[in-house]
Ligand binder design. Sequence first.
Ligand SMILES: *Cc1c(COP(=O)(O)O)cnc(C)c1O
Length: 425
Amino acid sequence: MSLRWPLENDGGVLSIDGVSSTQLADEYDTPLFVYSENRIRTNVNLLKKAVQKHYRKTRILFACKSNTNIGILKVLRDEGVEIDAVSPGEAFLAVEAGFSPGEILFTGTSVREDELKHLVEAGYRMNIDSVSQMRRLLKLGVPKTVSVRINPEVGAGHHEHVITAGPDVKFGVWESQAPEAYRLALEAGVSSFGIQMHIGSGIMDVSNFIKAVNRLLEIANHVKDETGIDFDFIDIGGGIGVPYKPGEDEVDIDVFFERLFGFMKQRLGELGLGSPEVWLEPGRFLVAEAGVLLTRVTTLKSSPGKEFVGVDAGFNTLVRPAMYGSYHHIHSASGLNEPPQTYTVYGPLCESGDIFARDRVIPKVEEGDLLAIMNAGAYGFSMSSHYNSRPKAAEVMAMDGKSRLIRERETLQDLLRGQMSSSSK
Ligand SMILES: *Cc1c(COP(=O)(O)O)cnc(C)c1O
């Protein structure tokens, strides 16, 4: 997979936004998540440009479950992006990063009473996932802005676990229940309405997306007919995919949004839905390719017919390969120009599934070398765990040849946090 700016091959060493990965590893140790600030800013601006070219009134909400480091959230805020939060913790972190609750849409699925109370009192925009949730929420307070997450019956995504529409998924409100949900909000005095869907993650193909948007607009029209609500915004979640494998095409976002908005404008007109704002909820698109996981080779070993490379990151650090079978490209960060060799790359966990790549061709490595696991900016740190009692990795932001720590590496002491030392005797 060729390196894309601001990743460069500097005499065989991977450079990330102008910073040498060997220097980063020496300074901050490994495993280490490194993000390119320039790449994040560029991703936002490319998306904004492609979107605004084809539809004027748009808003981009970062689906922050992919990365909630407040250093990243601050950069996104600076670029004019708002937030889609799926838990009170994400909402809290976004506020810590400087967002006001009015810039945050809360999309929760199984939400507790005390959480709803806190969110409505603090003034978040609320995206509601069931009639029951709407009813419980309105007893606790009346948000200014409410949308309902619709199940548009058409899903898409890169893995079964991330497809979030259709009769078997837990998300959303069916068309037949949607008017009731809105009527409750209207009667309670809500004045600003949206309608939302999120059909899945890693979407590469606009056709399925258009099918789902079509259903969403038909349902919006149905709700409007029954309740008289004029929608201020249509929120079309469904994260745009990024290429993970060499040879995989990236989404041509200009074509994607030309087709999507071409369709939407026509359909909004036909259905008499006016020209609402359109909100988008990208997660990985903004941050995945901006992040690299640097990990040190600890061990070379072999079994008959296999060469193994042991590294100091495991599925505690990056779980996507073990959890979804996801492909992450691997470069030799300290020896990009070495001749190719086939390896199975494994981590330190006591689990035979702790494998990043099986029989993968990468440049020849030696113990002590650095590997770079690519596209680690989304669902990397945010899905990491303490499994096997390993402290969590550090995170660094790189830009124009400089780097800054945005999360300290955890220590063994952190593993004790909250544990009571007293014994029963
Ligand atoms: C996860 C999520 C997204 C974005 O998914 P990505 O694949 O990261 O782009 C958008 N909206 C909601 C509600 C989500 O939960």
